[in-house]
Design a binder for this molecule. Structure first.
Ligand code: CRA
Length: 829
């Protein structure tokens, strides 16, 4: 009865205080309440970590408030929603990002200082949520921030790994991996939803059944695991909208194998059921290639199945006709990892909802879009048929059926071109017969996105050439972007104030195009003074951090030169180290007067190597041995310091990027799909030394190539260079530095032999040798530019001013319009 419900709601609202209050006294009271009742410490005796926990819970209350209202509103309006499926989200810390987006950072800082605590100190207590490997996962996190800020009705779906990306510790210069116990002290940023759970089935057989006179295929699964939802509110900036990132954790199911209980083996039955939890236990730390592992496939299906059950339940709350599904649902597949969703949607629509095949396929083709993040064909996932058939037998049948239809359609167009047909087939024949997940996505998705213009070219002309020729209209690109909220406002507050002051507004935080207004002041001496001061303060923070971690003292007058990202051969950290060795060698051979002209450098490298990636691990060790020698060499002093920053993660990036003068992005042209680190550096006014690869090409267009240091072979030159090898001048200098490593100049001669072999003439796949001369020239140009500090500062300002295009807000608006067909839905207050 409506009247009664309304009266009850009014009474309850009367009992509440209305919205939570954000004045300093209310916040203090709130924090103390959480100390006493949530953290269960005495309000007269709690330490910084407990204060952080109480603070986090008080922020969480405010997030929940908005998040409830937003979802109520979405429910009422029932707009088309975007569901973003990603196996990885690299959220980092949440506290500062949340209070900034909620607009209450100053209030909290005041409240805490009145309690005798320092906000910054408490913020440092938080660990990173590292449920992802690198670029792809951090991109997903940036995009969630933009979706919330731009008021889109969106949901993120992923996996709640018990262990995120491993912690990297360095022992004697070698990488060791340690588990990331990120949940050990609780996680105030998530809300466990014990009542939001779905069974996810595996294994078993498929049988034939007759239903209403029709023969149907029915899956009889053999195992069921429960997926329990953990919700992570994502607040937008400058709006009350807060959207949801729902992560699934695996729990034993209370169905099935009741048998074992009755056979008396109670203990074993419990132990076996507990194994269900392994599905969401650990993130795969290798982002190089797909391994075809059973657990990985189970993780993918587990989160996809739970998410789709959730999405369909929500749809059915308000609708009963699946014809309306595409009007209400857009499903984004982040890389091919969740692409089993296509087969799952078909299974649900055909087997459970009893739609006929062609109708179901029509719906599937309208709802899915995919973004491909890889370049190399070997990164594309291929699942062995036997594996898929055992874990998901009905899905294998469905994929065969999809492929049959695809092949029939293609034959009509391509005739008897069997080579092409076999390349486009979802099934790969060979010693191990496999499902090509990318081809499955291409067959179904209405849009296939690349992550930069250059990347789309690669997809069109190489990886997916056949598909592009057939369906050119499906192929699009959305150049990646990062959120200026985290990468300027949170991580570089001094820069944030400068930008707001000179633009006379904070509006750029939501509308980043305004940042171009800085160009006008690029030569203003007052801005230069503020800018240099900001950089200096950030360098000081970074220098302190370096000294604490590595005991290396660095000079603030030196150029801070940084390369931080996953360690990969194609990202060419080795080129950087060989360049450092060259610089060292030059300094060693200089007389004192020459030395006075050297621009001092601090070369900073950081990044994790996949645990099984031997070459990458050797690169880390090489960095350490070079550092050990250079840093104590009295001939060198402050002219060159080499630092490896251990355990690179989002929080470390937030500290390092603002303090960087020059950042390096060295991938062999054609290998980095986009790169997003470069965008964070650009926003922070670091100059870029980069190859013409991925998004760097577009950055050069925005800020002007003269404002960065571009070098190296272009994409179209790469194949010929691989054929013909190195230029003579480059090869002499290059051969010399490689020889130094080979000869044991830095020790560990035998250990580095195989690393040196990878760049030998004829084997140098990533073209370190042929790009070396051009790399050194770009480095020399950077040195010359640094000498003229006014010029450098101007270039730095122009970098920030030209970074607007690389905001994830722009990327998300393009996706919303061109791929998803969704509109903002702003909760009014
Ligand atoms: N490793 C690409 O290599 C790109 C990001 C985000 C990557 C990067 O160049 O910036 O994706 N690819 O689009 C990837 O993960 C599975 O492929 C990455 O992070």
């Amino acid at each position: 009865n409506l009247g009664e419900r309304k009266a009850k709601a009014e009474k309850m609202f009367g009992l509440m205080d209305g919205f939570l209050k954000n004045d300093a006294v209310s916040l203090q009271k709130d924090i103390l309440d959480h100390v006493e009742f949530t953290v269960a410490r005495s309000r007269f005796n709690f330490d910084d970590f407990e204060a952080y926990q109480a603070l986090a819970h008080s922020v969480r209350d405010r997030l929940i408030e908005r998040w409830h209202d937003t979802h109520q509103y979405f429910k009422k309006k029932d707009p088309k929603r975007l569901y973003f499926l990603s196996l990885e989200f690299l959220m980092g810390r949440s506290l500062t990002n949340s209070v900034i987006n909620l607009g209450i950072q100053d209030q909290y800082a005041d409240a805490l200082s009145q309690l005798g605590f320092d906000y910054e100190v408490l913020a440092e207590q938080e660990g990173d949520a590292a449920l992802g490997n690198g670029g792809l996962a951090r991109l997903a996190a940036c995009q969630m921030d933009s979706l919330a800020t731009l008021d889109y009705p969106a949901w993120g779906y992923g996996l709640r790994y018990q262990y995120g990306l491993f912690r990297q510790i360095i022992v004697d210069g070698f990488q060791h991996e340690q588990p990331d116990f990120w949940l050990n002290f609780g996680n105030p940023w998530e809300i466990e939803r014990v009542h939001v759970s779905y069974p996810v089935k595996f294994y078993g057989t498929v049988e034939e059944e007759v239903l209403n006179g029709k023969t149907c295929r029915v899956w009889i699964p053999a195992e069921s695991v429960e997926a329990v939802a953990y919700d992570n509110p994502i607040p937008g900036y400058g709006t009350r909208n807060a959207i949801n990132l729902r992560l699934w954790a695996a729990k034993p199911s209370d169905q099935y194998d009741m048998e074992s209980y009755t056979t008396g083996d109670y203990i074993n039955a419990i132990v076996n059921r507990q194994k269900a939890e392994t599905i969401s236990n650990v993130l795969y730390p290798d982002d190089r290639s797909y391994q075809g592992k059973e657990l990985r496939l189970k993780q993918q299906y587990f989160f996809v199945s739970a998410s789709l059950q959730d999405i369909i339940r929500r749809f059915k709350d308000l609708h009963n006709n699946f014809d309306e599904f595409p009007e209400k649902v857009a499903l984004q597949i982040n890389d091919t990892h969740p692409s089993i969703a296509i087969a799952e949607v078909m299974r649900v629509l055909v087997d459970e909802e009893h739609l006929d095949w062609s109708k179901a396929w029509g719906i599937a083709c309208k709802i899915f879009s995919v973004t491909i993040h890889a370049v190399q064909p070997e990164a594309l996932e291929k699942v062995p048929i036997d594996l898929l058939g055992s874990v998901l037998p009905r899905h294998l049948e469905i994929i065969y059926e999809i492929n049959y239809c695809l092949m029939e359609e293609l034959k009509k167009i391509l005739g008897q071109d069997y080579d092409k047909l076999s390349r486009m087939s979802i099934i790969e024949e060979g010693a191990v017969k496999c499902i090509r997940m990318a081809n499955l996505s291409l067959a179904c998705c209405h849009t296939v996105n690349g992550v930069s213009r250059l990347h789309l070219e690669t997809l069109k002309t190489r990886v997916f050439k056949d598909f592009y020729e057939l369906w050119p209209q499906k192929f699009q690109f959305k150049t990646n972007g990062v959120t200026q909220r985290r990468w300027i406002v949170v991580s570089n507050p001094s820069l944030c104030s400068i930008i707001s002051k000179w633009l006379g507004t904070e509006a750029w935080i939501r509308n980043v195009d305004l940042i171009a207004g800085l160009r006008e002041y690029a030569e203003d001496p007052d801005l230069h003074a503020e800018w240099k001061n900001m950089k200096k303060v950030n360098k000081m923070r970074l220098a302190e951090y370096i000294e604490t971690l590595t005991s290396v003292k660095v000079s603030l007058d030196a150029m801070f030169d940084v390369q931080i990202k996953r360690i990969h051969e194609y990202k060419r950290q080795l080129l950087n180290i060989l360049g450092i060795i060259h610089r060292y060698d030059c300094i060693k051979n200089m007389d004192e007067s020459d030395k006075r002209r050297v621009v001092p450098r601090v070369c900073i490298i950081g990044g994790k190597a996949a645990p099984g990636y031997e070459v990458a691990k050797k690169i880390i060790k090489l960095c350490h041995v070079v550092a050990d020698k250079v840093n104590i060499d009295p001939d060198v002093g402050d002219l060159l310091k080499v630092v490896f920053i251990p355990d690179y993660n989002v929080s470390v990036a937030e500290l390092v990027i603002p303090g960087t003068d020059l950042s390096q992005h060295l991938s062999t042209a054609g290998h980095e799909a986009s790169g997003t680190g470069c965008m964070k550096f650009l926003m922070n006014g670091s100059l870029l030394l980069a190859t013409a690869d991925g998004s760097a090409v577009e950055i050069a267009e925005e800020i002007g190539a003269a404002n960065m240091f571009l070098f190296g072979a272009k994409v179209d030159e790469v194949p010929a260079l691989r054929e013909k090898g190195t230029s003579l001048k480059g090869s002499l200098q290059f051969a010399r530095v490689v020889r130094m490593v080979r000869d044991g100049h830095f020790g560990f001669k035998d250990y580095f032999k195989s690393l040196c072999d990878t760049v030998e003439e004829g084997k140098d796949f990533y073209l370190l040798g042929s790009d070396f001369a051009s790399y050194l020239e770009a480095q020399a140009a950077a040195d010359r530019a640094f000498v003229d500090q006014e010029k450098w500062t101007q270039m730095s300002i122009l970098s920030t001013a030209g970074s607007g295009k690389f905001s994830s807000d722009r990327t998300i608006e393009e996706y919303a319009e061109q791929s998803w067909g969704i509109e903002p839905c702003k909760c009014p207050f």
